[in-house]
Structure formats: structure tokens, C-alpha cells
Design a protein around this ligand. Structure first.
Ligand code: CP3
Length: 323
């Protein structure tokens, strides 16, 4: 995740000239960033360069990425009437630059390197749309949800329909797997997840192209894994707070997992990185259905050589050698 992030010199050079949103909106640049990162790192799949928040613009939200503050939504949702005012995303055309990037990345990448498309999950999108940006406790979003469950339901339905349209358009353009980021859903209790999120996630998965595998990812979801699994996903993404072996037992045979090295481990040293990576491979137990990955996005201060040596280590130590 965040393969093409701020920790790579190639990316920083490009970003010095072009804003983040412009990078996302120019398919030739999004292609360069995606392909450079995947090839330089030697990973087994590439993830599209884009952002989960792009879909907010055509739905009527003013989106900006500011230095220091991160994403800002200028007209966050405050009332039921605001929910009614959201523009539906029935025609995927306003994000045509994303599908164009998918097509151009697909033709530039080595043919045996799969391309992952992605979108934000409705709950995580709602957090940004209501909070107006990043948040620690999601208190505005959760208070809105508790206070007006009807408006919450309407909001989630709109995000589900929009996200399904968007992801299916990425698949049609050539994305070979679809990852859904429910980054902030771990802030909910299991009871609230079941009530306010799970039916919407189930409806989202049911609307996706059934021929494309999906990765259902969240963080801090140790208490939600079974519920997320019931909602859908060919693969469940795990963060580092869960033990991979016991997570797999809980999810059962037939469900693949992705994860789950703590990205902060990449700020340590080779011995520590290798021992933690080996522990994860041991927990995976050589059984098929484990995709080695970080448990969350890579940090901007990560030394790139540590990532390169992790990729080598995992290739050499795991059963399936692809290089
Ligand atoms: O590997 C990749 O680069 C894939 C593309 C990708 C980005 N964002 C690019 C990006 C993906 C998959 C995302 C997902 C994303 N975006 C999530 C879910 C993943 C997760 O971490 O749980 C979230 C919550 C966002 C929203 C977002 N976008 C945030 C909070 C930020 C950081 C803003 C900041 O300044 O701290 C971004 C910006 C962003 N998205 C960057 C990249 C490479 C950095 C942009 C830059 O400054 O150049």
C-alpha cells in the first residue's frame, strides 16, 4: 500500500512539479508513478496511483490536499438536507482519467504483474465527508450516525451505489483485483458495525463484477473480522494488531488473507525486519491463500532500501517464488 508514496525519490521529484490531485488526474503521470514503484520494488502486484477521496468531487464535495493538514473537504455534510444534495454517481464518466490510467498502466506493466484497482468503503468515505478531513475519534461522523440513522442509511446507500459503479468501471478498464479500503471502520463496536455498516458492505460486494477478486481491508478490525468476512471479499486484509494464524482460523478455510507486517518495522534494521517477516510467513504456515503485505500504508520516512530487502527476503523465504 502507498507503494508510490512520499518515501521514494522518484515520486518526490515528480511531486515537486505537480500537485497530488493533478498527478491523479493526469493518466500519463499516474502511469509513470505506478509502474516505477512496482518495478523498482520488485513486488508481485501493482496498485493504481489514485486516492480513495477522488470520488467525492463528482458527488459535489470540494476536495483539496493541503500541505501538513492532509485532505480537506470544504463543504462537509452537516444535515439530512446535505445528504439529499449529494450528486449520484450513476455515470462513471467524471472519473474517466482513472480508467484511462488503468488502461495505460495495464499496457505498460509486465504482463505477469497484476494491477489492483481500489476505492474507499462507504463508512470511511462518510467519515471524511462528515468530518471534513482526517480525524482522531470520528466524533462528528459517529454522532451523525447515532443521531439520525435514517440520514446515515441514505448516505451509505449513495456511497455504495457510487463505489460499485466506480469499481466496476476500473475492472472494465483492466483492473484485475479490487481492494476496498475501510480504513477507519475499526472505530466501531461489533454491534454498531453490524447495524450501521455490514448490510451496506454486503450490498456493495453483491454489486461488483463477480469475475474480479476483491480484497476487503480495514485497520484495527480485530473484533470485526468475522463480520467483515460475512459482508464479503475474496481476501480479508489484516493489520498488524492481529495474529495472522488465529485470524485465519477465525475466518475459516477458503478465505484468503493479506498482511500484516507493521509498517513501522521498516524503520528498524535488517535483522528485525527479517525476523518479523519470517514470523508472519511462519504464521501463514505455507498454506496457500496468504498474500504477504504491510498491515497498513507505508510511512513517508521509510528507507527505500529496507523495502527492497524485505521484498527479496519474502521472495526467497516463501514457497511461491515469482522472481
Ligand atoms: O500505493 C499507492 O500510492 C496507491 C495509491 C493510494 C494513495 N492513497 C495515494 C496517496 C491509495 C491506495 C490510497 C488510499 C487512501 N487514501 C486511504 C486508504 C488507505 C489507508 O491508508 O488506510 C486513505 C485514508 C486516503 C486518504 C488520504 N490520501 C490521506 C489521509 C492522505 C495523506 C495526506 C497527508 O498529507 O498526510 C492522502 C494523500 C496520498 N494518497 C498520498 C499518496 C501517494 C500522498 C500525497 C503526497 O503528499 O504526495
Amino acid at each position: 500500500m502507498r507503494q508510490a508514496g512520499r518515501y521514494m525519490a522518484e515520486y518526490r521529484e515528480l511531486r515537486a512539479r505537480v500537485s497530488f490531485l493533478d498527478l491523479c488526474k493526469r493518466p500519463e503521470l499516474a502511469t509513470e508513478v505506478t509502474v516505477t514503484a512496482a518495478e523498482r520494488l520488485g513486488v508481485d502486484a501493482a496498485i493504481l496511483f489514485a486516492d480513495i477521496l477522488l470520488i467525492l468531487e463528482p458527488m459535489g464535495f470540494g476536495l483539496e490536499f493541503t500541505k501538513g493538514e492532509g485532505p480537506v473537504i470544504h463543504n462537509p455534510i452537516r444535515t439530512t438536507a446535505d445528504v439529499d444534495g449529494i450528486r449520484p454517481f450513476e455515470d462513471p464518466a467524471p472519473l474517466a482519467f482513472v480508467y484511462q490510467a488503468v488502461r495505460s498502466i495495464r499496457s505498460a506493466l509486465r504482463s505477469d504483474l497484476p494491477l489492483i484497482g481500489f476505492a474507499g468503503a462507504p463508512f470511511t468515505l462518510a467519515c471524511y465527508a462528515i468530518e471534513g478531513g482526517s480525524s482522531r475519534h470520528y466524533e462528528k461522523a459517529k454522532a451523525f450516525m447515532y443521531h439520525d440513522p435514517g440520514a446515515w442509511d441514505a448516505l451509505m446507500r449513495r456511497f455504495v451505489d457510487a463505489t460499485a459503479t466506480y469499481l466496476n468501471a476500473q475492472a472494465a478498464a483492466g483492473a484485475q483485483a479490487l481492494q476496498i479500503f475501510d480504513s477507519w471502520v475499526g472505530s466501531l463496536s461489533p454491534t454498531d458495525y453490524r447495524r450501521f455498516v455490514q448490510p451496506h458492505m454486503a450490498r456493495l460486494f453483491a454489486q461488483l463484477d463477480p469475475t474480479v477478486p476483491t480484497i476487503h481491508f480495514g485497520t484495527d478490525t480485530g473484533s470485526l473480522l468475522e463480520l467483515q468476512c460475512e459482508a464479503g471479499g475474496t481476501v480479508i486484509g489484516l493489520d498488524w494488531r492481529v495474529d495472522l494464524r488465529s485470524a485465519r482460523q477465525r475466518l475459516g478455510e477458503g478465505r484468503a488473507v493479506q498482511g500484516n507486517l507493521d509498517p513501522v518495522v521498516l524503520l528498524s534494521n535488517q535483522a528485525e525486519i527479517e525476523s518479523q517477516a519470517q514470523r508472519i510467513l511462519d504464521e501463514a504456515g505455507g498454506r496457500p491463500g496468504h498474500i504477504f503485505n504491510l498491515g497498513h500504508g507505508i510511512l513517508p520516512t521509510t528507507p527505500v532500501e529496507n523495502v527492497l530487502s524485505l521484498v527479496d527476503f519474502v521472495h526467497n523465504a516463501s514457497l511461491r517464488r515469482t522472481h
